[in-house]
Design a protein around this ligand. Structure first.
Ligand code: SF4
Length: 77
């Protein structure tokens, strides 16, 4: 979910079913701003607040990594 102060390029934004502005996802379900080759954010300097608050290595991050590995195996560990 994007907030009014976010400055994300319009091509990465869409509306959710409730009319809120959110980051667009591609067919693989991942944020459209993830570079699939480097796995880096292509708008890092303009990433939304919700991404700035997400800390690598905290419990949310570790949980997401576990879910990813459960779906895709150790090839991506
Ligand atoms: S930090 Fe990740 S989730 Fe946030 S905009 Fe960048 S690629 Fe998308």
């Amino acid at each position: 979910m994007l907030s009014g102060d976010d400055d994300v390029p319009a091509r990465f934004i869409t509306e959710d079913r409730w009319g809120g502005s959110v980051m667009r996802r591609l067919a693989d379900g991942w944020c459209a701003a993830v570079d699939r080759d480097t796995m880096r954010c292509v708008i890092y300097e303009r990433r939304p607040d919700v991404c700035r608050e997400y800390r690598m290595g905290d419990s949310d991050c570790i949980g997401e990594r576990r879910r990813f590995l459960a779906r895709h195996g150790d090839d991506h560990a």
